[in-house]
Design a protein around this ligand. Structure first.
Ligand SMILES: Cc1ncc(COP(=O)(O)O)c(C=O)c1O
Length: 446
C-alpha cells in the first residue's frame, strides 16, 4: 500500500469530522470539564487529608520497590490476574478476623476501587430490564449504574436498623407473584451510604433466609465497615451460614486513600471465573497494590484506630455546625461511623434546587434525589461529607448553606427559627421492639 493511500481523510486532520454522529445513541450525558473544587466542598467520598499516612506509604513504597521492583516487568506482577498475592493474603487474614469471612486468596480479586467490583458484578448479572432489589436510600454511584443499564430498581425502605426485612419479604413475594426473580439484593449493611445505619446480625440472618427462600443472591458492599466509632461491626453476610450466595466487595478508599483506587471482591468459584473473564484491563494498578500490602501488614490497625477517632471528632464539629446554622429545621441521626451525615430539611426545601444555588455561592452538597430510588422522596434530604472539610470549612460552609436556603425557601425561618437543641431528632424510624444492633458483633481492629 502506498503512503498516499494510508493518509487519513483531510477532514480528520483538520478536525472538521463529525464524530458525535458516530457515537452510540445510548451514551450518558457528556461530563463537564473539571474547574476545581468549590470553596466549601461537602460532597463526595473524599477523606481527611491529614490522615493519609504519607510517611508510612513512602517507607513501604521504597521497601517493596527495592525488593520486588523488577516484577513490574510483567502484567499482574508474579501473582496472576487476581492481583498481588501478599495483598490478597492480607485481605484474607483481615476478613477472617474482622468480618468472620473464611476465604482463600483465590477467592479474592483486587479491583480498581470497589466501583470496578460493582461494574463487574453488574456485567455478570444484568441485562436491560432485569430487576434488582436495593435499599431505597442508596449510594448514588450504585443507583446511576443500575439506571444506566436499564435495570428495574425495586427500593426497600430502611429504618434506623438498616434495610427492613418485613418490607424486603413483601417486595420479594410481590415480585415472585408476578413471575419476576430479581438478579440480586444489593445491600450496604454496615454504615450504610447515605444513612450510616448498621444492620444487626439478627437481620442479616433473616436476609440470608429470604435470599435462600426466593433464590436471589446477595451483593454485599462493605467499604465503611472498618469505620464504626466503637470499633464493632457485625459479621459480614458473606461469613454467615448461607454466605456462599453472597458476593462481597470492599475497599481501601475509606480507610487509607480513595485516590489509590484499590478495592477487592470476594466470591467463590465458578462465579469468580465468570467475573475474572470480564476484567480485561490487564490488571489493577500494581504499585498501589504493592505499597498497600507492605504498609497494611504492620500499620493498618493503628492507622484505622486513629482515623476513626479523627472522623468521630469531625462529625461532632459538623453536627454542631448544622445545629448552629439550621437549628430545629435540620433533622438527622448521629451517624454510627463512616464519613457522611444524612439530613432532612422541611418539605418546602428542594435540595436539588438548593444544591444548584448553593454551588453558585461556593458550597457543594449532595442533593437527596440522587440518593434515593424514588427521587421525589429524596426532595428534602441532603448528604454532607465530614471527612474531607476542615473545621472552618464545615462551620462557614454550613452557615453559607443556611443563608442560601433561607433566601430561597425561607428555611430556617428568620433568626428566631434557629435555636439550640434542634437537629437531634432521628429522621428514620427505629427498628421494631426487641431488635438489637450488637448481637454477634465482631470488634474491629484495636
Ligand atoms: C457504598 C459504596 N460503594 C462503593 C464505593 C466506591 O468506592 P471505591 O471505588 O473508591 O472503592 C463507594 C464510594 O463512596 C460507596 O460509598
Amino acid at each position: 500500500m502506498s503512503s498516499t493511500s494510508m493518509s487519513p481523510p483531510r477532514e480528520t486532520v483538520a478536525g472538521a469530522f463529525d464524530v458525535e454522529s458516530l457515537m452510540r445513541a445510548d451514551l450518558p450525558p457528556a461530563a463537564a470539564r473539571w474547574t476545581g473544587f468549590p470553596e466549601f466542598n461537602l460532597v463526595g467520598g473524599h477523606n481527611d487529608a491529614a490522615s493519609v499516612p504519607v510517611d508510612g506509604l513512602i517507607e513501604a513504597a521504597t521497601r517493596v520497590l527495592q525488593r520486588e521492583g523488577p516484577t513490574l516487568s510483567t502484567y499482574g506482577l508474579a501473582s496472576g490476574p487476581l492481583g498481588y498475592l501478599p495483598l490478597r493474603e492480607f485481605i484474607v487474614r483481615k476478613l477472617a478476623r474482622d468480618a468472620g469471612i473464611r476465604c482463600t486468596p483465590d477467592e479474592v480479586l483486587i479491583t480498581s476501587g470497589s466501583l470496578q467490583g460493582l461494574d463487574l458484578v453488574n456485567d455478570v448479572f444484568l441485562a436491560p430490564g432485569d430487576t434488582v432489589v436495593v435499599e431505597d436510600m442508596n449510594y448514588a454511584g450504585t443507583l446511576s449504574r443500575l439506571k444506566r443499564r436499564g435495570a428495574n430498581i425495586v427500593g426497600v425502605p430502611l429504618d434506623s436498623g438498616g434495610m427492613r426485612i418485613d418490607a424486603l419479604d413483601a417486595a420479594l413475594a410481590d415480585l415472585a407473584r408476578r413471575g419476576i426473580r430479581p438478579k440480586f439484593i444489593y445491600t450496604i449493611p454496615t454504615v450504610q451510604n447515605p444513612t450510616a445505619t448498621v444492620m444487626s446480625t439478627e437481620r442479616r440472618a433473616q436476609l440470608l433466609e429470604l435470599s435462600a427462600r426466593y433464590g436471589v443472591p446477595i451483593f454485599e458492599d462493605e467499604c465503611y465497615a472498618d469505620l464504626t466509632w466503637d470499633g464493632v461491626r457485625p459479621q459480614a453476610l458473606r461469613g454467615m451460614p448461607g454466605g456462599d450466595r453472597v458476593v462481597h466487595i470492599g475497599s481501601f478508599s475509606k480507610t487509607i486513600a480513595p485516590a489509590l483506587r484499590i478495592g477487592y471482591l470476594v466470591a467463590g468459584w465458578p462465579l469468580m471465573g465468570r467475573i475474572l473473564a470480564l476484567k480485561t484491563d490487564g490488571g489493577t494498578g500494581a504499585l498501589e497494590q504493592m505499597v498497600l500490602a507492605e504498609y497494611c501488614a504492620t500499620h493498618f490497625d493503628s492507622h484505622v484506630k486513629a482515623l476513626r477517632a479523627t472522623l468521630r471528632r469531625k462529625v461532632e464539629i459538623l453536627m454542631a455546625a448544622i445545629r448552629d446554622s439550621f437549628g430545629a429545621a435540620a433533622t438527622f441521626a448521629d451517624p454510627t461511623g463512616g464519613i457522611f451525615l444524612w439530613m432532612a430539611l422541611p418539605q418546602p426545601v428542594d435540595t436539588t434546587r438548593l444544591a444548584q444555588v448553593a454551588l453558585q455561592a461556593g458550597v457543594a452538597i449532595n442533593p437527596g434525589a440522587e440518593w434515593m430510588t424514588d427521587g421525589d422522596a429524596g426532595r428534602s434530604w441532603l448528604r454532607v461529607c465530614f471527612a474531607h472539610p476542615d473545621e472552618p470549612t464545615m462551620r462557614n460552609g454550613l452557615a453559607r448553606l443556611a443563608e442560601v436556603c433561607r433566601r430561597e425557601f425561607d428555611v430556617p425561618a428568620a433568626v428566631g427559627g434557629v435555636h439550640a437543641g434542634g437537629g437531634s431528632r432521628t429522621p428514620l424510624p427505629p427498628p421494631s421492639v426487641g431488635e438489637g444492633r450488637d448481637g454477634g458483633c465482631v470488634r474491629n481492629s484495636p
